[in-house]
Design a protein around this ligand. Sequence first.
Ligand code: SF4
Length: 82
Amino acid sequence: MNAGGPAARLHIDWTVCDGRGLCAELLPEALTRDDWGYPLAAPGRIRGSGDATNVPLTGAELVPAMDAVKLCPLLALRITRP
Ligand code: SF4
């Protein structure tokens, strides 16, 4: 993460996600999975009470994040700009 903040954020819509974890495999440094398999921000990726479903991305993670958005079978992911 650069000093100017994240290049973008990955939003995870848990209301449609089925928790199988393809996205976490594509973005292993940005995402982890909870006890039920749902993806969320990896430890240390968000500060304080930040939202674990809006995951800050580095510039290098943008391409794999776009792949994850395209490959998510339930269209549960989208990229937002800060
Ligand atoms: S790829 Fe989509 S459906 Fe699968 S765990 Fe990630 S967000 Fe959920």
